[in-house]
Design a protein around this ligand. Structure first.
Ligand code: F6P
Length: 328
């Protein structure tokens, strides 16, 4: 046990994700439970640099477990990429007698945390939170399940109008370099095709599949496209391509955008955030550093930052097969 641990800093960083507040709440209450003072810094690493912070207590995180966004605000800090910025941050932490840092975010956040921890020999522990679910070492990142549910209900609504007008809809979903949201929501909403960056299915396959759909009597179709899909076409070009080759189709595009990052977290994300927050503080007390806590086979496990950042999260290819069979 690290007896010197008296004060811990907490930040949320990178793209926000539903459940970040639940994670803050969990870290704060675990700190209080263990006799540690939790300090919240605003706007991710920028807050460490400019010293904008607030002392938190069990009551200051009341009523936030069900709230989207993050009460600590977030940012993708440019200044923290420079040694000068990180030195300022370290000075601020030392000046405020802070003994450790818990970062809630995605791979960019962990990359910053790793560099900072190594440079200053300062304890840093990460909690994975991003809707993209693209962090190695955890089956689920906080926010992924909530975003999938938001996308699923949006596509259900799009399906209503698609089938009323006999239309084909291209629905673009988030996931910069990862197809997890597209794949899961595509299956959950009965999409005819799912296009993801990890698998290049090619436009020709899409044309054949849509032809087949028409032949089998389908009057409307949904194609879910991950924003970074590997056809290399953006969703509007894809629509043009299909209209050119299948002029019978009346096609529309719906880009869901940032609404996917908002909203109240699901039960799954609230429970996950609560579990990971407790574990992160417990591990920091034990003297761990430069690691991420994550879920593996429903058990909270540790992954070194280095692995979490470099490792590749594989998509579940079984879902591609399931989608193929379901969309006959
Ligand atoms: O990292 C999560 C994510 O939602 C990506 O899927 C998306 O590309 C990106 O954030 C967009 O973020 P922003 O508009 O904040 O730059």
């Amino acid at each position: 046990m690290d007896k010197s641990l008296k004060k811990i800093a907490i930040i949320t960083s990178g793209g926000d994700a539903p459940g970040m507040n639940a994670a803050i709440r969990s870290v704060v209450r675990t700190c209080v439970y263990k006799g540690i003072t939790p300090m919240g810094f605003y706007k991710g690493y920028d807050g460490l640099i400019n010293g904008k912070m607030i002392e938190l207590n069990a009551r200051s995180v009341k009523g936030i477990i069900n709230k989207g966004g993050t009460i600590l605000k977030t940012a993708r800090s440019k200044d923290f990429r420079s040694k000068e910025g990180r030195d300022k941050a370290f000075k601020n932490l030392k000046f405020n007698n802070i003994d450790g840092l818990i970062v809630i975010g995605g791979d960019g956040t962990f990359t910053g945390g790793l560099i900072f921890g190594e440079e200053n020999n300062f304890p840093v522990i990460g909690i994975p939170a991003t809707i993209d679910n693209d962090i190695f070492g955890t089956s689920h990142t906080i926010g992924f399940d909530s975003a999938c549910n938001t996308v699923m209900s949006a596509i259900d609504k799009i399906r209503d109008t698609a089938s009323s007008h006999n239309r084909l809809f291209f629905v673009e979903v988030m996931g910069r370099d990862a197809g997890h949201i597209a794949l899961n929501t595509g299956v959950a909403s009965g999409a005819e095709e799912i296009l993801i960056p990890e698998e290049n299915l090619g436009e020709e396959r899409l044309i054949q599949s849509l032809k087949r759909s028409k032949k089998t009597g389908k009057s409307s179709s949904i194609v879910v496209v991950a924003e970074g899909d590997d056809t290399g076409e953006n969703v509007y070009e894809l629509k043009k391509y299909v209209e050119k080759h299948l002029p019978d189709y009346d096609a529309r595009v719906s880009v869901l955008g940032h609404m996917q990052r908002g909203g109240s977290p699901t039960c799954f994300d609230r429970v996950l955030a609560s579990r990971l927050g407790v574990k992160a503080v417990e591990l920091m007390i034990k003297g761990e550093s430069n690691i991420m806590v994550g879920l593996q086979n429903n058990i909270v496990e540790i992954t070194p930052f280095k692995k979490a950042i470099k490792g590749i999260t594989k998509i579940n290819t079984e879902l591609l097969k399931v989608s193929d069979i379901m969309s006959i």
